[in-house]
Design a binder for this molecule. Structure first.
Ligand SMILES: [Zn+2]
Length: 275
């Protein structure tokens, strides 16, 4: 599932292409990708002849801001991906097109989603702002300090790994980058949030930011289905230290990387470095 670096990569790909463009027509081929409160028909009607003012991101959501004081929230989940062009650029890669957004420059924004777990929600700007206010801080924003992470962790008995993935405590971090950040910070993922001491919190704060920045520089992690726009791959999968490396030697100390399950998700860590 795309996390902050992957969604931000897509945003950066789409922003210069879509800003200022008018959506001339919308075709929804798979009705279940339109999430309430709209259905496929009312969604298409509401978007037709609207201008995309800007493309944003908050947490793991991609956002198309429209000239009508409304916003399209895109949830990419497992297999959602975009292509932009007059034709589908790579028909082999894009075989499950679920929606087409035709633009006033003659191009089309294609949305492909094999598993259709993702989708589009059209919201009034004020409703989205209320929802966004309940999400945790953005870790790459300048004002995000170690004290914010300390507060978020002090309030919970949950394992620190789960707390990092809780979107109300911290926005945009999921399974891959939580595991990687904990490794960089040498923090045991099972430690209850409130038991993470001041020094480890400072290390973790730095590690969360550095791992997200490094992944963003590599256009994200193309582990399974994620692609940026038009099939562009990320490369951070080659820099992963623990995620997906169960049984392989830790690159720092040589111990075998362990995999455990926390809250139904795999956590990878080094039992020596993260003791
Ligand atoms: Zn190690």
């Amino acid at each position: 599932m795309p996390e902050l670096p992957e969604v931000e990569t897509i945003r950066r790909d789409l922003e210069p292409e879509l800003s200022g463009r008018v959506i001339t027509d919308v075709e929804v081929h798979k009705a279940d990708i339109v999430l309430p409160p709209h259905d496929a028909r009312s969604f298409g009607r509401a978007l037709r002849r609207r201008t995309v003012v800007s493309v944003g991101r908050r947490a793991k959501y991609l956002l198309f801001y429209l000239d009508t004081d409304s916003v399209v929230q895109v949830q990419l989940r497992m297999s959602g991906r975009f292509a932009l062009g007059r034709e589908v650029p790579d028909p082999e890669e894009f075989r499950h097109i679920a929606a087409r957004f035709r633009l006033d420059d003659g191009r089309t924004l294609f949305y492909d989603d094999m598993r259709r777990l993702g989708g589009f929600r059209l919201l009034a700007r004020r409703d989205w702002d209320l929802e966004a206010a309940r999400l945790g801080p953005e870790p790459l924003e300048r004002g995000y300090r170690a004290a914010h992470l300390a507060d978020a962790l002090a309030a919970t008995r949950s394992p620190v790994k789960n707390a990092l993935m809780d979107q109300r405590r911290l926005a945009g971090v999921g399974n891959i980058y939580a595991s990687e950040a904990l490794f960089r910070a040498r923090v045991d993922p099972r430690l209850p949030g409130r038991d993470v001491g001041p020094d480890p919190v400072r290390r973790l704060h730095r590690a969360v930011r550095s791992v997200l920045r490094d992944a963003l520089r590599e256009a994200g992690t193309s582990f399974r289905n994620y692609r940026a726009v038009n099939g562009r791959s990320g490369a951070f999968q080659f820099s992963l230290e623990v995620y997906g490396r169960e049984g392989e030697p830790c690159r720092k100390c040589g111990s075998a990387i362990l995999r455990i399950v926390q809250a139904g998700r795999s956590t990878f860590f080094c039992p020596s470095c993260q003791a």
